[in-house]
Design a protein around this ligand. Structure first.
Ligand code: NAP
Length: 333
């Protein structure tokens, strides 16, 4: 058995590269009472990690230079000195990017019995799924017949938002970065229409064409010029759920866009940002409902799985190239 970790070697300026990460061979940890030894099985790479690579204050502390990066991990218990866990249990935790970790029994949790496939604890029944569920339903309260526009619509969160919108009887339009993604969300996920922002003739014109009744709800995963165009087309009483701004995460300077407050003002619109952690106490409700919809075939989830611990940095970098359809996960064999 060999252990490895990935540390933050340097902080990126602009788009991160493989040079910002370093692999190190390390010992397999020993455990003491109240601890477990776990082997990482599935590691989640997420856009918010880009913000943690900067040395700036946010809602989660920055990654430390020279230390292992960390994030959502599903792992298998290899050895236990805890009465709470047995060898072979699958756990979910926020853990360092290491093949083997030791963990205190109170810092990780067994995967809920509501989650049949452990990988779902990082996707549809985990943080991204809860983001889609609460970010859409709690903030925008979609009503049958309304038009929802989702940006980043083929990603971990966006691919679920549109399906929840359809369950609620809405007309759902997705904005994506490739024709393959547009085909996937319309053919497989029941989106009513989708378009590729890289090849459409003009964002505002295209939005007017695909949303002849205007836009009642915007689920914003990307920000920037895409969101400027969507927000300029909103209806009176529109609701905007501000989930992510990935198009700006690598910006060296935040670009100044159109001033959107007059649109929000004159259309009596609501725009609300949120961090999914706010809903942590209601996660069991979200997991239960999303799990039910999966069973009923109303929600389809897809994981974009890359194999191999050594591919974690590239899987992360791929989020900014638009490589993934569905939730990006690295499987550790
Ligand atoms: P994701 O959508 O699975 O992956 C990122 C996708 O973003 C890429 O595949 C790419 O798709 C798109 N993208 C990348 N660079 C872009 C750019 N410059 N302009 C437009 N699109 C770009 O990621 P996710 O986990 O579902 O997260 C989606 C958003 O939600 C992110 O902004 C994330 O930070 C945010 N988020 C927020 C919360 C919260 O608590 N508020 C929780 C989870 C996630 P295309 O090929 O379509 O461009």
């Amino acid at each position: 058995m060999k252990n490895k970790q990935i540390i933050l070697k340097s902080r990126p300026i602009g788009t991160p590269t493989n040079d910002n990460f370093e692999f190190q061979a390390i010992d397999i940890p020993t455990i003491s009472k109240g601890e477990i030894l776990i082997k990482s099985k599935f590691i989640s790479v997420d856009p918010y990690m880009r913000g943690r690579m900067n040395d700036s204050k946010s809602y989660v502390p920055p990654f430390e230079l020279g230390k292992a990066l960390d994030g959502g991990v599903v792992a298998e218990v290899i050895e236990s000195q805890s009465s709470k866990f047995q060898k072979g249990d699958y756990i979910l935790g926020n853990l360092p990017w290491k093949i083997y970790n030791q963990a205190n029994e109170n810092k990780v949790q067994k995967i809920s019995s509501l989650i049949q496939k452990p990988i779902h604890a990082l996707g549809v029944l985990g943080m991204p799924g809860m983001t889609a569920y609460f970010g859409l339903l709690d903030i925008t309260n979609p009503q049958p017949g309304e038009t929802i526009v989702v940006s980043g619509a083929a990603g971990a969160v966006g691919s679920l938002v549109g399906q929840i919108g359809k369950i609620k009887g809405c007309r759902v339009i997705g904005i994506v970065g490739s024709d393959e993604k547009a085909g996937y969300i319309t053919h497989e996920l029941n989106y009513d229409q989708a378009f590729n922002y890289n090849t459409c003739k003009d964002l505002k014109t295209t939005l007017r064409e695909v949303c002849p009744n205007g836009i009642d709800i915007y689920f914003d995963n990307v920000g920037g010029t895409i969101s400027d165009a969507v927000i300029s087309n909103i209806n009176f009483g529109a609701r905007i759920s501000l989930c992510g701004q990935i198009s700006l995460y690598n910006a060296k300077e935040i670009p100044v866009g159109p001033r959107l407050q007059p649109v929000l003002l004159t259309r009596s619109a609501l725009m609300q940002g949120f961090i999914v952690k706010k809903y942590a106490e209601r996660f069991p409700e979200g997991i239960q409902q999303m799990g039910q919809w999966i069973k009923e075939g109303k929600i389809i989830s897809r994981e974009n799985i890359i194999s191999g611990f050594d591919n974690i940095p590239d899987a992360f970098l791929g989020l900014f190239r638009g490589d993934n359809i569905g939730k990006q996960i690295v499987e550790i064999l």
